[in-house]
Design a protein around this ligand. Sequence first.
Ligand SMILES: [Zn+2]
Length: 270
Amino acid sequence: MKRYKILVTSIIAIGLLLIGTSDPIRNIRKSTGFINKGYKANLQTDDNKKDGNVQKNSQINEKFLICIDPGHQEKGDSNLEPIAPGSPSKKPRVSSGAAGVATKKPEYVLNLEASTVLKHILEGKGFKVVMTRDSHDVNISNSERAIFANDKKADMVVRIHADSLNNPSKTGASILIPQKDGKYTKSIYEESSVCAQIVEGKMREGGVQVNGIFQRDDLTGFNWSKVPVVLVEMGFMSNYNEDRLMSSPEYQRKLMQTIADGLEEYFMTK
Ligand SMILES: [Zn+2]
């Protein structure tokens, strides 16, 4: 009987000892901790790779100068200027642009808001950026804006505008480029067109409604330009919903990000 008690006590003691050393929950925690660590390490490697790419891109991007032209200004100037160097054809120097049907915001305000967002994104990518204006109370004609970019030897000019029509249901962005066989724009058509196509692709990828790329031979800002240029009409201020959308900081950021991504891809081929 005494021997039997000793045996039972020993078995219980050994059992307790085993339970103490093999805590199943602790073991599970240990193994997931290991998995977590491994996962984190992988993430870190990906981050490093990404950082490396960003750094490499920004080293490439800093070779390029982009001129942003926020369309219009507070007070239009109806004095005339030639639509091209030496042209007898004349148009007002610059107008104050459209206005939002819902927001009542003037186009020159919207254009500068969006241009400023674009500037920050491009600078974040490493590009050098100049703007034709950073306030509303200026008087810079369309030819003067083009000459400004020519003098700076910009690698690309991005003109930011918004559309307006009598038809309030019309929506969508458009990209305008110089005319292929334009008397004044032959030499800048090709690069402008390539850039516009890449930007258009990025805009569509980003879920932006784009109506297309349109050549224009009547825009003073194109005809005076010696450097490639694209003009983005962001959407229609004459459409209630699109007008409000264009004024939303989230949408401005999304739209300008697609344009910046397009520019970056264009310059990667240079
Ligand atoms: Zn405009």
